[in-house]
Design a protein around this ligand. Structure first.
Ligand code: ASP
Ligand code: MG
Length: 468
């Protein structure tokens, strides 16, 4: 089989973790699989790089040097543990030093100009991956695995939306096949940088935070992988956050559609875009635990199956605000909703959930709290005349709310699911502020106040006996 194995930050963030990685790659390689690894930066490194770039822009001249030392130390200790005092280690550290020199130089430029462009930020934030592939390749090599470092700038072609670029799939497939073919012929294991890519003109981009998952599925589609294995630090996708629900358990199988809902709704399983390339190419994805490699984790494929559970998982998005536009003047007047959402779109704010009652007396929707003042302002402006004429009573904002998403393909066409959801919440005296259900019926979304979110999750988890 051709298997893409993506290792996340914690899976490559320490010596014990990397020992696991060596074992995992060795096993698949010895079994005769063609393995392609995609790796994140060591945990914490991307945050440090981004933080330093922002501080440099804000005037801190010393931050680049300090950050450099910290990152250098992390890699130095790791390479020492695996490679000892050797020429191999010296060579790897020299490459890492060169990247860190470039980092310092860039930060210096940013400091002098007092300006951090999205393009420069992409170059800086992707350096952790570039350092790490060199380090991991050397570690695999000393363990007699024929690894080879590959920068994804030579594979993944994107548009130029810095910070959250989108792949151009045909170009990517072509580039990837050309670049990786010699590796495959020689039986090598490419160790590819996650997260980073480049435009057609070769300008570095990134796929958004947590984007290494996306790199893995983009590459999986490009090389027609048989499976994509996402190695992380938990046993697959859980029925709920185990910190909130102690008896939450692993979901053995999910469909692409279900996982899409979960990823979008904040379950930290996958980058929200990552499932799409796998879904289109129908490549099974497994979510596995580096620290417990024998655990079967979660298999994601195109099977839509209840596996005995109509509801499979509950997830929560926090830091949200509910905006309500209310007034009897909206009744029967076409175009009000269009004006509201056009105004919101104009300021680039994204709407997470919408609900309107059929009496048409109010429309409410949910946005990120960071964006709610701007949304409130643009709506007051857009609707100024209606407000003045009292056709609209008010535009109000309620902060500290969450969306609870109840997800499961089995809800489709099964009557009584929402009754049970609301019954469970009612039983615990939890007030539901707004509701939405997509016509896919894979997801019922509810708004509750943040303070009641945990109890709400536990109540629904219990009602549907998700621990069993
Ligand atoms: N290193 C990047 C980040 O921290 C990408 C990833 O880990 O997936 O966002
Ligand atoms: Mg991640």
């Amino acid at each position: 089989m051709k298997i893409i194995m993506k290792f996340g930050g914690t899976s490559v963030g320490s010596v014990p973790a990397l020992e696991k990685v060596v074992g995992i790659v060795r096993k698949a390689f010895d079994e005769g699989h063609q393995v392609i690894t995609v790796v994140s930066a060591m945990s914490g490194v991307t945050n440090k790089l981004i933080e330093a770039a922002h501080q440099a822009e804000a005037g801190d001249e010393a931050i680049a040097r300090r950050t450099r030392r910290e990152i250098e130390e992390k890699h130095s200790q790791t390479t020492l543990a695996f490679l000892g005092q050797s020429t191999v280690r010296e060579a790897v550290m020299a490459e890492i030093q060169a990247l860190l020199d470039e980092f310092e130089l860039l930060c210096h430029g940013i400091h002098v100009l007092g300006e951090l462009t999205p393009r420069a930020l992409d170059v800086i934030s992707g350096m952790g991956e570039r350092m790490n592939v060199r380090q991991i390749t050397a570690i695999l090599n000393v363990n007699n695995l024929p690894a080879l470092p590959v920068d994804a700038t030579a594979l993944i072609v994107t548009d130029n939306r810095h910070g959250a670029a989108s792949p151009l799939l045909e170009e990517t497939a072509r580039q990837t096949r050309i670049t990786l073919a010699p590796c495959f012929e020689r039986g090598q294991i490419p160790v590819v940088t996650g997260f980073i890519a480049a435009t057609q003109a070769g300008v570095p981009t990134t796929l958004g935070r947590g984007g290494s998952d996306y790199s893995a599925t983009i590459l999986g589609r490009a090389i027609k992988a048989d499976e994509i294995w996402i190695w992380t630090d938990v046993n697959g996708v859980m029925t709920a956050d185990p910190r909130v629900v102690p008896n939450a358990r692993t979901i053995p199988q999910l469909s692409y559609a279900e996982v899409g809902e979960l990823a979008y709704f904040g379950a930290k399983v996958l980058h929200p875009q990552a499932i799409r390339p796998a879904r289109r190419a129908e490549i099974p994805v497994r979510i596995l635990n580096t620290f417990e490699p024998e655990h079967p984790g979660t298999l994601i494929n195109n099977r839509i199956d209840t596996n005995g559970h109509v509801v499979k998982a509950i997830t929560v998005i926090k830091n949200l605000s509910l905006i309500t536009v209310a007034g009897t003047g909206m009744i029967g007047i076409p175009g009000v909703a269009a004006r509201i959402f056009s105004a919101v779109a104009r300021i680039g704010s994204s709407v997470l959930m919408i609900s309107q009652s059929s009496s048409e007396q109010s429309i409410c929707f949910v946005v990120n709290t960071t964006e709610s003042p701007a949304v409130q302002a643009v709506l007051s402006e857009e609707m100024a005349r209606e407000l003045e004429r009292r056709d609209l009573d008010e535009i109000s904002t309620q902060d500290d709310i969450v969306i609870l998403a109840v997800v499961g393909a089995g809800m489709q066409g099964t009557p009584g699911v929402s009754a049970r959801v609301f019954g469970a919440l009612g039983h615990f005296g939890i007030n539901v502020i707004a509701i939405a259900q997509g016509s896919s019926e894979f997801n019922i979304s509810l708004v509750v106040i943040e303070g009641e979110a945990d109890e709400a999750v536990r109540a629904i988890h219990e009602e549907f006996r998700l621990h069993a």
